[in-house]
Design a binder for this molecule. Structure first.
Ligand code: HEC
Length: 244
């Protein structure tokens, strides 16, 4: 498992804010768990993306996109990307967290049923980003592990980057930053040791209809486009997990 340690510049930049600790051996478990959780939320967003046409079909009432159906698809997708079968994973604290995130994601789908099954409406506002945010919020409430999407130019107020995230996002957007590589750091926050991990996300062709050009124009969700170009940094998934 590859883990990136903060560069000197970030450490200096944040020194006044956080007390930076040396990388501790036991944070390796948390780092692995953090990466697996990030992969699971990404897989969930992919499942939503793959069903977007079905969900936006105004001709259909019942879409069959039930929590059980979604959960099955997510388990399948996760087996592909992470090589972990959540339908028969051995119990451990790590598995517990992954299963709780799966459950949180299913709850979001359950709550959306009345909206999703409405006939005569095409776009229902059910998109990967909002699924991911809501699943993250539920997961955080249940576990205390903070999981969020963030961006320098954020849309949803709760996605606003904190000081650490703002600085890492700035690093991610530098051409010299190794593309796609996650960034992690052990910090003391509120008197407790935490592992912070962030993984950058880039603008792909499918993102442009909402986050692309022209900047300021309304997208189909009614929000203003950011004017991003393909390949640019879109934002990051950010995770804060307590070290035991
Ligand atoms: C249908 C329009 C739409 C598409 C397509 C879309 N997004 Fe978004 N995106 C949104 C909306 C709306 C939000 C705010 C969602 C929320 O938190 O409720 C958002 C939020 C985000 C955020 C979190 C930060 C913020 O702005 O609040 C990131 C990062 C992001 N999108 C990246 C992407 C990427 C990468 C893609 C393509 C793979 C993409 N989006 C495709 C509409 C879209």
């Amino acid at each position: 498992m590859r883990v990136t340690i903060a560069s000197g510049r970030l450490a200096i930049g944040l020194f006044a804010v956080f007390m930076c600790l040396p990388w501790s051996a036991f944070a390796a478990n948390e780092a692995e768990t953090a990466l697996l959780l990030i992969e699971l939320i990404q897989a969930g967003r992919t499942v939503v993306t793959e069903h977007q046409d079905l969900l936006n079909d105004p001709a259909r009432g019942d879409k069959g996109f039930t929590p059980e159906y979604f959960g099955g698809k997510l388990i399948e997708k996760y087996r592909e990307v992470a090589k972990i079968d959540l339908s028969r994973a051995t119990p451990s604290p790590q598995t517990g967290l992954l299963l709780t995130l799966l459950e949180s994601g299913k709850e979001v789908v359950a709550e959306a049923q009345p909206v999703l099954n409405k006939q005569g409406v095409a776009f229902k506002g059910f998109i990967p980003a909002s699924w991911g945010r809501k699943a993250g919020e539920k997961f955080t409430k249940k576990t205390g592990v903070k999981l969020k999407l963030t961006a320098t130019e954020y849309r949803y107020p709760g996605n606003k980057p904190d000081e650490f995230e703002a600085e890492v996002l700035r690093q991610f957007s530098e051409p010299s930053y190794a593309r796609g590589r996650e960034f992690s750091r052990v910090l003391v926050q509120d008197g407790r040791q935490v592992l912070r991990m962030m993984k950058p996300e880039y603008v792909g062709p499918k993102c442009l209809s909402c986050h692309g050009e022209p900047k300021g124009e309304r997208d189909k969700t009614g929000m203003k486009k950011e004017g991003l170009k393909e390949g640019e940094l879109a934002g990051a998934i950010s995770l804060t997990i307590q070290i035991r």
